[in-house]
Write a protein that binds this ligand. Sequence first.
Ligand code: TPP
Ligand code: MG
Length: 613
Amino acid sequence: MRNGATAASGPIAARGRAVFYPPCAHRTGGPPVLVLAWKGVRLSARGVPGSPHPDSRRVQAPHISRETPVRAAELFVKCLENEDVEFMFGIPGEENIDIMDALLGSRIRFITTRHEQGAAFMADVYGRLTGRAGVCISTLGPGATNLITGVADANMDRAPVVAIAGQGSTRRMHKESHQILDLVNLFRPITKYSSQIREPDIVSEVVRKAFKVAQTEKPGACFIDFPENIAEAEAGDRKPIEVQAAYTSAPPDFKIAEAARITSEAKCPVILAGNGVIRQNACDSLASFAEVLRIPVATTFMSKGAIPFSNNYSLGTIGLKSRDLVSFAFERADVVICIGYDMVEYHPEEWNPRGDKVIVHIDALPAEVDEHYIVATGVLGDIGEALRGIAFAAGPKHHSPLKALRRAIVEEWTRYAADQAFPVKPQKIVSDLREALAADDIVICDVGAHKMWVGRMYRTERPNTCIISNGFASMGIAVPGALAAKLANPERKVVAVTGDAGFLMNSQEIETALRYGTPFVILIWNDSEYGLITWHQLRHFGRPSHVAFKNPDFVTYAESFGARGYRIEKTADLVPTLKSALAEDRVAVIDCPVDYSENMKLTEWQTALQSPV
Ligand SMILES: Cc1ncc(C[n+]2csc(CCOP(=O)(O)OP(=O)(O)O)c2C)c(N)n1
Ligand SMILES: [Mg+2]
C-alpha cells in the first residue's frame, strides 16, 4: 500500500499535488480524462470507453503546470521516449502505478498483457526482430518472478530487452515485508545489468545504461527495479541523457591476413553462420564471402535466413544433436569458419567431437572457452568488414567437394510436398507452411519436436523470417512472440508454430492480440503429448514416461476468445486452410494433427545415413 492509501481502484485514483489539469485532447477520439490534484491527493476520472480499441483510451500528455515538479516516474517515461521506445508490454500493479500513470501522457503504446511471461516474450521477440530493446514491465514480487522466463530467454538468445519492475518502498526493504523480494539479485544471473533506482537523481543514468548495455554486442536483457517511493518523488529538472549508439570497430589487418591465409590453405572449408551475422546486418557480406571464395554455409537454428536457401552455397541448417545430412560437411571439413556463432546456440562438441578442426572465429567478441572450440585465429570486430577483408585477401576454392551434399539436402527437403498421409507428417506441415507464406512473412516457432522439424527443414530466404529460441529454448514463446512480431511488422503475415503443450502455456495472449487488433495465425501441431520428450525417451529407454495429456477442443477454445478456429481433417486441407487463416483480420487458430511416428523414423534414418560426399 502506498502512503497509507488503499490501492487505486475504479475510476478515481488518489494521489499527487495541488494542481488542476484541464481535460485532455484525444489522439484517437477516446473518452475524456480528467485529472485533478488537491493537497497530496490526485483524482482522475475517466469516461466510459466509447471505442472497443484499447488505443482509444490513450490520451495526450496532460500539460504539466510550471508549479508541478516532475516526478521520477515521469522523468523515467521521458527517458524511455528518449530511447525511442514504441511499445511497452506488461501488467499494471500497485507498485508501478506512478509509471502507469505517467504513460498516459506518453507516445509509447502500452500493451496490457494477460501474464507477465507473455509480456517478457513479447519484449524478447520485439528486441530480436528490431535490434532495439523490447520493454516489459511488472509489479514487484510475483509479477516480477513471472517475467523471469522471458527475460532469461532474451538474455540467452541475445535479444535486447529492458525489463522493469515496480518495487516496494525503500523504507521497508530492510525487513520481511509483503511481496518484497531482492529482485536486483534475482535478475542478476539472467541479465547483463540489474540495478535499482535508489534516488530520483539517477533515473536518467540507469535507464540510459540499461538500454546501452542491452543493445550493445552481445545484446541481452537488463533489469531495472523501481521502488514506489522513489517513483513518486520529485526529480527536479533532470533530463534524459543523449543516446549515443556504440559501434563495433573494424578488425585489425593482421588478423584479417591470418584468417585469409588459413582460408586459402584449407582443402575443404565450411562456414558455420550464427545469429551474430543477422544482428550485425552482415547477411549480404556473408553471401558474397561464400560466393567469392566458393565455400558452403550452414546456419544455426537462430540464424536461419542469414543466407538465402536458394543460394547454391547454402547447406541449410544445422542444429540437431543427432547426425544429419549437413553434419557430413563438418565431418569432411578441415577448416570451420565460424561467423557470428555462439556456442549457446549449438554446442561445438556436436560438430567438432575430436577437437581437431582448424577454427577461424569471426565475431564482435572473443570466443567462449570450450575444449571443442580452440580457435586458430580470432578476427574480432565488425563482421561485415572482416568478411570483405578476408574475401579480398584469400584465394577462392576451385571446387567444393560439398556440392553433392546440397543436392541431397534439397532433395530431402522437397520430398514430402505431395505426401497425403494423415495425420500430417511433420515434413509435410513444414513444406505446406512454406508454400502458404511469402519470403518476407515471419514464423515464430515454439519449442518441442516441431521446432526440430522447422529448424531442420523450413526454407528461409531472408533473415529474421523464422525466429527460433535456441539459447534458452523456452516453451511458450510462440503466441506472445507472434503478437510482438505483428506489432513490429504490421505489413507482414505472421504465423506462430507451436506444439499443443507450448500453446497452452501462453494461449491467454490470444485475448491481448484480439484486443489490440493484431491478426496472426497459430498453427498447433497436435499430438496430445510432450512430443520432443517422448522422442528423447524412446531413443534412450525405448519407452515413454508421463508425457501424454488430453487437449481441449482447440477450435471451440479459439472461438471462445472471438478468434477463428480451424481443424485439419485431411492433409489436402492444410494449404487452403493456412491461406484462409492468413487472410483473416483476426487471430486464427489451426488445430493440425501431426504424425510424430516420423520422429523415430528420422532417428533410424539418420543412424543408417551414409555420407553423400
Ligand atoms: C518452459 C519449458 N518447460 C519445459 C521444457 C522442456 N521441453 C522441451 S520440449 C518439451 C515438450 C513440448 O511439447 P509440445 O509443446 O506439445 O511440442 P511437441 O514436442 O509435441 O512438438 C518440453 C517439456 C522447455 N523447453 N521449456
Ligand atoms: Mg505436443
